[in-house]
Design a protein around this ligand. Structure first.
Ligand code: SF4
Ligand code: SF4
Length: 437
């Protein structure tokens, strides 16, 4: 079988598995509720350029942030070379972009430099994770599987870069005149100067195949790991909320109920003939089918970096809450319940729920809604709004709130104010002033 045919089969298999994975995610997405509208497009484009491509939030921690940004920018450049490899593989060509002259020189040159930077960065990231054991990477939600996931991804990225440099080294060693500029591979040229043509050809081909197979494997592993952010971070930043973080959204369901109460004709009107009465929807978020699509996309984008948890005042002061855990839990719960909901419909139940079985009331009530987590998140995940929605479920559907809050709710209901005094006593504080005058 020719190299071209093998490559086409491998590419089709990869696309098949990838399409299956994405259609599964889309089917889960369809289970979620509407989110906020996608408007103010120019603002969104600016935000994406700054936060996603410019990595501005990552760069708040200058040293490690800069290394992460270099890895990200490097990936963007190297992707051009990878696309060239795919086209070469399918059409049995060699370096199809070589005719682009100075552009090709620039892409190859920067790709090599970035490959070297990425290798060094990945080694440093592995050392931080496994030897220095940075606190941010620990926590109840950071399981062994999560650590293995990160290690596999960092190792794969390193191998991707090594194989890329190996391919380039074979290429420049085989050809006295070649296209492109390869500053890093050139350094290693003396090491292979005595190699036979056949060995150099094997080096180039082995590097090429290892690189492309790793790219394909990586693309299919990513959606099942925290590294899905490689795909998701740009769309998630583009789709993130533009309103001030402190603005708490009104509940549509409550607004509707109030409107119905204010307009009894509508409230007590019979539904039009042939139509069933509207089912009252759930207040707040109990399980995955109650979250908005923004929440679910956020959960797919979470890199588990722990920046949110590291600035959370509740977590810092020893409370059980970790904003990172909330989104890891949402992703896990969707993977658990999503297939049942897709197969059997929205009435499917496995007698478990996100609130209660995954996220406890203790975690939810520890949140001060300070928004430090959302401010810090490098991919613009909105943690507080999901926490507030889960609390809304506890209050409105379970009548479950801390005693202090229940007392305040009772006061609002009875006195029209959060204080335990009837409205008739409201001016008592001023009585002495009136008497004195
Ligand atoms: S909003 Fe809540 S979860 Fe986020 S940092 Fe503040 S206390 Fe922690
Ligand atoms: S929510 Fe954001 S800050 Fe927190 S772990 Fe996920 S990506 Fe990092």
């Amino acid at each position: 079988m020719s190299k071209q045919l093998i490559f086409i089969i491998v590419t089709l298999l990869t696309l098949g598995v990838f399409t299956f994975t994405i259609s599964r995610i889309v089917s889960f997405l369809k289970l979620t509720k509407p989110g906020f509208p996608i408007d103010r497009i120019s603002e969104r484009i600016n935000l994406t350029l700054l936060v996603a491509f410019g990595q501005t939030k990552i760069l708040r921690r200058p040293v490690i942030g800069f290394m992460h940004a270099l890895v990200y920018w490097g990936f963007l450049v190297i992707t051009i070379g990878t696309l060239e490899m795919v086209v070469d593989g399918i059409f049995n060509t060699e370096r199809i972009l070589a005719g682009t002259g100075a552009f090709y020189d620039f892409v190859m040159w920067s790709g090599e430099v970035f490959a070297a930077i990425i290798i060094i960065s990945c080694i440093i990231f592995l050392v931080r994770r496994h030897i220095i054991k940075v606190k941010r990477f620990s926590g109840a939600e950071m399981t062994k599987a999560s650590s293995i996931d990160a290690t596999i991804a960092l190792t794969m990225i390193t191998l991707l870069m090594v194989s890329l440099l190996g391919t380039n080294l074979g290429y420049i060693a085989l050809n006295t005149s070649y296209y492109g500029s390869f500053p890093v591979s050139k350094i290693f040229l003396p090491m292979v100067s005595s190699w036979e043509t056949e060995s150099l050809h094997s080096l180039e081909q082995t590097g090429w195949w290892i690189h492309i197979v790793l790219v394909y494997l990586f693309a299919n592993i990513l959606p099942y790991s925290k590294h899905f952010h490689v795909f998701m971070s740009v769309p998630n930043v583009f789709l993130s909320r533009l309103e001030p973080l402190t603005k708490i959204q009104n509940m549509e369901e409550v607004t509707k109920e109030v409107k119905l109460m204010m307009d009894p004709d509508t409230a007590f009107a019979n539904p039009p003939e042939g139509e069933a009465a509207a089912e009252p929807s759930r207040f707040g978020v109990k399980d995955v089918e109650d979250v908005s699509w923004n929440n679910y996309v956020d959960s797919l984008t979470c890199t588990e970096c722990g920046r949110c948890t590291s600035v959370c005042p509740a977590n810092i002061t020893g409370k059980k809450l970790s904003p990172r855990k909330i989104f890891i839990d949402l992703r896990k719960r969707m993977n658990e319940k999503g297939p049942g909901l897709v197969k059997e419909g929205m009435s499917f139940s496995d007698n478990k729920s996100l609130v209660g079985d995954y996220v406890s009331a203790e975690e939810l009530w520890a949140c001060t809604t300070c928004n430090a987590c959302a401010q810090e998140c490098p991919v613009n995940i909105d943690q507080p709004s999901l926490i507030v929605d889960m609390r809304r479920y506890l209050v409105l559907e379970e009548s479950s709130a801390p005693a202090q809050l229940n007392a305040m709710f009772a006061n609002i209901e009875n006195n029209g104010a959060p204080w335990p005094f009837p409205p008739t006593d409201r001016m008592k504080w001023a009585e002495e002033i009136y008497t004195a005058n």
